[in-house]
Design a protein around this ligand. Sequence first.
Ligand SMILES: *[C@@H]1O[C@H](CO)[C@@H](O)[C@H](O)[C@H]1NC(C)=O
Ligand SMILES: *[C@@H]1O[C@H](CO)[C@@H](O)[C@H](O)[C@H]1NC(C)=O
Ligand SMILES: *[C@@H]1O[C@H](CO)[C@@H](O)[C@H](O)[C@H]1NC(C)=O
Length: 355
Amino acid sequence: MELSSLFLIFSFLALALSSVGESFKNAPAIFVLGDSLADVGNNNNLNVSLTSTANFPPYGIDFPFKTPTGRFSNGYNTIDWLAKHVGYKRSPPSFLSVTKGASMLHGVNFASGGSGILDTTGTAITFTTQIENFRGAIGDLSEKMGEKRANYLISKSLFLISAGSNDMFAYYLASGAQNTTQNEQFVTSLVEKLSERLKVLYEHGARKFGILGLSHLGCIPSLKSRNPTGRCFEDLNGLARIFNTAARARMRRLESMLKGMKYSYGNAYDLMSTALDKPHLFGYKDVNSACCGSGKFNGAISCSLKSNLCSNRSQYLFWDQFHPTQATSKYTAKFFFGGSRKYASPINFKSLARY
Ligand SMILES: *[C@@H]1O[C@H](CO)[C@@H](O)[C@H](O)[C@H]1NC(C)=O
Ligand SMILES: *[C@@H]1O[C@H](CO)[C@@H](O)[C@H](O)[C@H]1NC(C)=O
Ligand SMILES: *[C@@H]1O[C@H](CO)[C@@H](O)[C@H](O)[C@H]1NC(C)=O
């Protein structure tokens, strides 16, 4: 018998024992869908010339054993930190590693860097495919645990969703957000699509949704490097705010429509406003440039071994031209999980996990 299948058996045995006669204090598993802010390695086998990947140094320089895992970070990403708060070591394994035999005991991470709410965004594993992969995982779980227990596990699990940023970038770079009517139509269609996708997950048994809201998209080093003034693109930030408002309203409606559904919306936007206003509170020395990259704000050229690399990663808000440092992700998770309603509403992720 292979070691991996042996491990699987022990894992399920452990689950069987731990679930006898007691309800879970926290979420028994975490399922993750979305983009590069959440990906822990699903892009590692995709065509590099078409997709963004992060499985080479200096990515992972602050990860245990300096391992580049495919996380778009110098270390752990926000999903890892959230999973730590729930009581796990890190994010559940990537779907890619599950298909190679890793345990699904505590869930699966389906996220893929470059993907969006819309399947037409990016060239990565689309949201539709991520949901299909989730359906496959339910099938496997049901086979191993029995359908009833698998359904119970899923209903108590935390579903973490990080999506929308790439759709916004694609739209903004194509249209420049010139036309207000068109902007509103676009955001409405995006929220509508997100809602549809969450309903599909609900129909498959998901009940507890933690949404990672959009941040100051117009301030990421990649965009700032394109701005002759060197400032943020405020119109893109505005689009992110409109999206967050509309998505929150839609989540409230979903909760009232779908029996047993619960959610928390993480307010990444206001958290970043605080960080930009008072960087010293977070220990940041630089909230404009990427730690790793080159060109203006280290944001014009992507992070590689040939890039500039800052010496103290914790003093930077941004790791590369698009993504936050591990330090930023740690703060984000801390405020989403245990923070006040300013940073996660209507309940925080901690309450959601225990629901
Ligand atoms: C990756 O994509 C490029 C561009 O479409 C193509 O030329 C190349 O053959 C692909 N490589 C693999 C291994 O599929
Ligand atoms: C703005 O977009 C709407 C909807 O796409 C379109 O009907 C209208 O003509 C546009 N207005 C301008 C000034 O381009
Ligand atoms: C790195 O930066 C953090 C945050 O500002 C600080 O707490 C830490 O002491 C710094 N480490 C070194 C080695 O300078």
